[in-house]
Design a protein around this ligand. Structure first.
Ligand code: ME8
Length: 643
């Protein structure tokens, strides 16, 4: 049965233009919405812009334009940004729209009528950047803890929402719903905050000080406090109180926010909803902050990564993959172009891109003579099971917004399929007519793997997924129900698909203008520069090194060493023992049968009391320690020279 799913992003302030942080939230919201559509759910994805308040009025004054003109211009910039990133929101709300203003005023009137709002006096330290008062306890060195700018003491008569009376109810509501605010660290943070007495919330600003806002319906000398106005967008966009859309989607509403706006969403908003008689959201999903070189990136500090330049340069899918894979949902992560390119090369170009190129090429090359396939053997069954495991992993991870875990589960599967190709060697099967049915089974398994990946990747890498599905002639709309292996008994016609994610030369990336030399800003040397050899190598230097293809015939872990694996390799005419420092990256069984490249004329070395007679070539990254052994992408006899 299809379910309904309603997800919102924050509505972004239009005093600045979109940056990486905004792009991150919107992209992961988009991936989540796509994922639910793939599962057949009825989905509504909302984003928009937050256009009232001091901050906007001040930015407009500074730019010598009217607040409305600034709002129009910058709201359009957000809209265009999402168009460039290809996100699929169903609605984009602006808080200056009539449909929103009407609802804010109706809710205010309702609360006023039932005595939830009163006129009172308040004096406090106010931050214009945050649009809020700070308590003595929160102030750091007399400054805003967020912006590090001086606060202004303001005393004035204002309207207050009786939030304090909801404290007990709110604590109880959160305590009895363990996954209301998630991940748990943010739930704990809010429960901690609620140990101190909760104050009433000032919900108005006098018009003599601020004109730019929604007038209070019961006193037009005041405009509505911007947070009270903004939060209501989630309901006004659905047509509260009685739109069809409201009835369909409100019962399942989930919010996605960054940790900076936890308090308004976890404290003010549920109290407002309760007072207005609306259901509380199902989940508040909170992500961490992107930093640059460990420092804060948004709001006060201007060093913002050009997310769009990176996305244009390396492709929208690469950008989506990086931000979803790199950040553990809920925690902070550091952004750098090197890490971006590292993941692009390792996970996208190498693991996924190569698999797609290999599988489509093999099928395209051999599909003409295809006949009835042999029955599925243990290897094929293992792939089918790995696919099911990965799908279950994705489903469980996506239930909790754990994008990083969903992708890790899929890449585990991609690794298994790459090993399946290595060990089944379809190119070798093709040489022996008696093996033709087995070859056809391998090709069928690969074709199904491509369909599976094309479907499963739709939410994460929509462009690449579309290309994979097109290459195998899958024209139906992708559906999670098709992410299953073991259904086909005939090969589909497949087009070769190579270069899905071209590798990025890290030398070029280091000097790249896009991302505005994030590495340099972050105070880190570009990786390419650090890896540069002392001087140019001559062809003569290179020829002195005897590189050979070697087949790993046996591999074992050494109980006393965490790092070394003992490999027995065949160079055709001879066998050698090589101790390779790859135990943290490979299980011995993963290597047996692989054709690798070794340095055959390396001076033997004694390690752990054994002689190592050569060296296995592997690529690795300095920063996150990823490592991959170099293997051949086509079969060659052991002992063949590598030049
Ligand atoms: O707060 N890392 O708008 P805003 C990750 N209008 N995400 C980041 C980020 C970073 N460094 N910087 C910003 C507002 N974000 C209010 C919201 S909602 C009713 C009103 C993202 O333009 C993250 O989603 O300051 C954060 O919560 C949001 O942008 C804040 O956007």
């Amino acid at each position: 049965m299809s379910k309904t799913f309603y997800l919102t992003t924050p509505i972004y302030y239009i005093n600045s233009v979109p940056h990486l942080g905004h792009a991150y939230t919107t992209v992961i919201a988009d991936a989540m919405a796509r994922y639910h559509r793939l599962a057949g759910d009825r989905v509504w994805l909302l984003t928009g812009t937050d256009e009232h308040g001091d901050k906007i009025a001040q930015a407009a004054a500074k730019a010598a334009v009217s607040p409305q003109a600034l709002a129009d211009r910058n709201s359009a910039a957000f809209r265009e940004a999402w168009q460039r990133l290809g996100t699929t929101q169903d609605d984009f709300i602006r808080t200056t729209e009539g449909r929103h203003r009407t609802v804010v005023q109706a809710i205010l009137q309702k609360l006023w009528d039932v005595g939830e709002i009163y006129l009172g006096k308040y004096g406090g330290h106010y931050c214009y950047g945050c649009e809020r008062f700070y308590t003595e306890k929160e102030i750091v060195d007399g400054k805003c803890p967020d912006h590090q700018t001086p606060l202004t003491f303001i005393e004035e008569e204002n309207y207050f929402f009786k939030m304090s009376k909801y404290q007990g109810w709110l604590i109880d509501y959160i305590t009895t719903r363990p996954d209301l605010i998630r991940p748990e660290r943010y739930r704990n943070e809010i429960l901690g905050f609620l140990r101190d007495p909760l104050q009433d919330l000032s919900i108005s600003r006098p018009r003599r000080r601020l004109e730019w806002g929604i007038p209070l319906p019961f006193d037009d000398k005041y405009v509505t406090y911007v947070w009270f106005d903004a939060l209501i967008n989630y309901a006004s966009a659905l047509g509260w109180p009685d739109g069809e859309r409201f009835h369909t989607f409100w019962p399942v509403v989930q919010h996605l926010i960054g940790k900076d706006i936890l308090k308004p969403h976890a404290v003010y908003w549920p109290c407002m909803l309760k007072a207005a008689g609306l259901d509380i959201y199902q989940h508040l999903n909170v992500h961490g902050y992107w930093t640059l070189g460990g420092g804060k990136m948004s709001k006060s500090v201007g060093n913002v990564v050009e997310a769009f330049a990176l996305s244009d340069k390396y492709g929208g899918d690469a950008f989506r993959y990086f931000v979803m894979r790199e950040m553990t949902f809920g925690l902070d992560a550091d952004f750098s172009e090197e890490a971006f390119v590292g993941r692009l090369n390792a996970d996208l170009a190498n693991d996924l891109g190569n698999l797609v190129a290999r599988a489509t090429t093999l099928i395209a090359n051999y599909q003409r003579e295809a006949g009835p396939a042999a029955a599925a053997g243990p290897d094929d069954t293992a792939i089918r099971e790995a696919a099911m495991t990965a799908r279950r992993g994705v489903e469980a991870a996506m239930d909790e917004f754990a994008f990083h875990r969903a992708l890790a589960a899929l890449w585990e599967f991609i690794g298994a399929v790459n090993r399946y190709v290595d060990s089944n060697q379809p190119w070798a099967l093709a040489k022996d007519p008696a093996q033709r049915p087995r070859l056809d089974r391998v090709l069928l398994t690969l074709a199904e793997t491509l369909r599976y990946l094309g479907v499963m990747l739709t939410a994460f890498l929509p462009d690449a997924a579309g290309k994979i599905l097109a290459a195998i002639g899958h024209t139906a709309a992708p559906s999670l129900a098709d992410a299953e292996i073991g259904r086909l008994d005939r090969l589909p016609t497949v087009q070769k698909l190579s270069g899905l994610f071209p590798r990025v030369d890290t030398k070029e990336a280091g000097a790249a203008p896009a991302g505005s030399s994030t590495a340099a800003k972050a105070g880190k040397p570009a990786q390419a520069a650090a890896a540069e050899p002392a001087g140019p190598a001559t062809i003569g230097d290179f020829r002195r090194i005897d590189l050979r293809v070697a087949e790993v015939v046996a591999a074992e872990a050494l109980p006393k060493s965490k790092k070394l694996l003992k490999l027995t390799v065949s160079l055709g005419a001879e066998q050698r023992t090589i101790l390779a420092g790859i135990a943290q990256h490979y299980a011995p069984a993963d290597l047996v049968g692989k054709k690798v490249v070794v340095v055959a004329n390396l001076e033997p070395a004694k390690l752990m009391g054994m002689e190592s007679q050569g060296m296995v070539l592997a690529g690795s990254t300095d920063d996150d320690g990823a490592l991959a052994v170099i293997v051949l992408d086509r079969d060659l006899p052991a002992g063949a020279k590598v030049r």
